[in-house]
Every structure is written in C-alpha cells, then in structure tokens.
Design a protein around this ligand. Structure first.
Ligand SMILES: NC(=O)c1ccc[n+]([C@@H]2O[C@H](COP(=O)([O-])OP(=O)(O)OC[C@H]3O[C@@H](n4cnc5c(N)ncnc54)[C@H](OP(=O)(O)O)[C@@H]3O)[C@@H](O)[C@H]2O)c1
Length: 305
C-alpha cells in the first residue's frame, strides 16, 4: 500500500528510431567485417589452389596467373562494399537525415513564428505604455490640482460651519489665486457662503441626488467626478471643507496654505496633517499681526515630492 510504484521505462518514438538505426549500422559493419575475412581466406585459398594444388596452373592472362586477377577483382568488390558502408550509406541513412532536417526546419520555423508573435505583442505594449505616459505628462502639464486652505497651528479650519477668523489679506489672496478657475467644495462649505463667489466655476460635492443649486453651479456625486468636470481647467482648486480636504490629499499636486499662527481650541473642523515625506515646502511669506489682522500668518506653498 505504501510501496513506491515502479517507474515505467518509457522510450519515445525518436529514441526508438535511433536504436533501430544504430542496430542497422552495427549489422552493416558486421557484414563488411565478414566480407573482409572471407576475402582474406578466399584470396589465400586461390593462391594455395593455384600454386600448391596446381588448379588451372597452365591458365594465364597477359602472362600472369589467373588467381592474381581473381583477387584484384574481388578486392575491387570489397572496396566497393567498404565505400558503400562508410561513404554512400552514411550513418543513419538518407531518409533519416531528411527527416531530421525537416524536423529541424519545422522547429526553427515555429520558433521564428513565436518570436514574431512576441515582438508584435511587445510593440503593442510599448506603444500603449508610451501613449499612457504621454497622456500622463499631458495631464501633468495642463492640470495642477491645488488645495487652498487657511488653518490654525492645530490644523483648525472652522466651527459651526463658519471660519473662526477674519483675515482680509488672506481673503484677497484666495480671490486672486482662484479667480477664473473651478472651485471644488463640499456641500457644507458651499452652504456657508452668503452667495456664490464671482468669477469662479463652482462644483459642489454632495451625495444627495436631488440637491438643488442656483443656475451655473454644478453638482458632482464624488470628488473624482468633480475633478472630471474641471478637467479643462489648468488649475482647479479644492477649497474645503474638512471632509473634502481629507479626500483630496492623495490626489492633489499642490497645497496653498495660510498658516494662522494661533491655536484655535474651540474649532470643530480640521485640515489633515501635511506629511513632510510627501510634501515639499516651496515658498513661505510671513504676514505679521497688525490693526487689520488679529493674528500673524504665513502663506506657504507645498508641492508633491
Ligand atoms: N479654513 C478654511 O480654509 C476652510 C475652507 C473651507 C471650509 N472651511 C470650514 O469647514 C467646515 C465645513 O467642512 P465639513 O468637513 O464640515 O464639510 P464639507 O467638507 O464642506 O462638506 C461635507 C459634505 O460634502 C459631501 N461629501 C463628503 N464626502 C463625500 C463623498 N465621498 N461623496 C459625495 N459627497 C460627499 C456631503 O454632502 P451631503 O451631505 O450633501 O451628501 C458632506 O455632508 C466649515 O466650518 C467651513 O467654514 C474652512
């Protein structure tokens, strides 16, 4: 029950052919050897028959005993046999050689066809990846998805669906950067505005299929769809709030943050942490506290590493 099964000796067709041909070859050589021995004995017999036993003693050709000619003729016959075995009938025979050549030719043909098919496949793949890379480069060149936000030192951004501070220079900067572009926002941020902001294309993200907005404002059911609506814009902006910033962080190319140098403990909405391994600071401009601004703040630009 637990014993190993005996391995069956398997000889394939090609091996069988080789064995048969080798056997044939051995037979041919054996016959040649037998012929050689008979030739030697025969020649000796002819010499003995003529010279010792006196057989045909008086019969000569061109003055030579007849056995000399008989041996020479036999020698030619033997040489012809030798020639046949070693020269005319080459190792496995002509048919076998032709079969081998045909087999080799077919194998090479199949390999060349397979290589051709592989090359066509590779060319297609290369063309596809090249087109994909070009489309990515094109997108990168033409579209910089930018997050714009103002956040306290503790990443606070709002409370009760409102901003916690009023910084006029920050609002001016927001206006100058976003004017003429798409501004993508969550439904709650949109509702925190008294009215839509002028000179900007609003895209509001909401899960509500029947969410009603004023004319000219677009609604998207996801951030990806909102970005798609702004695909022709060279720099669409994600303007908040907390939920949408969180979704946009992995997709954005740039962050324009106004860091307000204060901890707002009463906030209820926050900006995600900016990971220094992902984002590189590109520029920073500080604005001190003054009569019009209750807090000092810095305009900082981050780009994706
Ligand atoms: N400091 C700043 O720079 C700044 C900027 C903007 C906003 N804010 C503040 O941020 C606060 C608002 O932020 P928030 O986080 O409460 O709200 P929000 O991000 O503005 O909007 C949240 C809403 O967006 C929609 N939404 C979210 N995820 C979605 C998804 N995956 N698919 C489809 N729709 C989705 C939902 O709308 P539905 O409920 O309709 O489905 C959700 O209720 C306010 O206090 C505001 O003043 C601050």
């Amino acid at each position: 029950m637990f014993g190993k099964k005996k391995a069956k000796a398997e000889i394939d067709k090609e091996q069988l052919e080789l064995i048969e041909n080798a056997q044939k070859r051995v037979k041919q050589k054996k016959r040649l050897f037998v012929h050689f021995v008979i030739f030697l004995i025969g020649a000796l017999f002819l010499i003995v028959a003529n010279t010792i036993l006196g057989l045909g003693k008086d019969f000569t050709i061109l003055g030579k005993e007849w056995f000399v000619f008989a041996i020479i003729i036999w020698l030619f016959l033997f040489l012809y046999h030798l020639f046949n075995v070693f020269v005319t009938n080459r190792f496995m025979g002509k048919v076998w050689e032709k079969q081998q050549l045909d087999k080799l030719y077919n194998m090479q043909r199949a390999r060349i066809d397979a290589m051709k098919r592989e090359m066509v496949k590779e060319e297609k793949l290369m063309a596809e990846s090249e087109a994909y890379r070009e489309s990515l480069e094109e997108e990168e060149k033409s579209n910089v998805l930018t997050i714009i936000v103002a956040a306290g030192e503790n990443n606070s951004i709002g409370k009760d669906n409102k901003l916690i501070w009023h910084l006029s220079d920050d609002l001016k900067r927001f206006k100058s950067l976003t004017s003429g572009h798409h501004i993508i926002m969550g439904r709650k941020t949109f509702e925190s505005f008294e009215q839509p902001l002028p000179n900007r294309k609003h895209v509001v993200i909401s899960r509500q299929p029947d969410y009603v907005v004023p004319q000219g404002i677009e609604v998207a059911s996801s951030l990806e769809k909102a970005i798609q609506l702004a695909k022709d814009d060279t720099q669409p902006f994600i303007i908040g709030g907390g939920e949408i910033y969180k979704l946009a962080m992995p997709l954005a190319d740039k962050i324009e943050i106004t860091r307000v140098h204060h901890h707002f403990e009463n906030a209820d909405t926050f900006f995600p942490e900016i990971d220094a391994a992902v984002w590189q600071e590109q520029s920073r401009v500080k604005h001190e506290k003054d009569e019009e601004h209750d807090y000092a703040f810095s305009f900082i630009t981050y780009v994706r590493r």
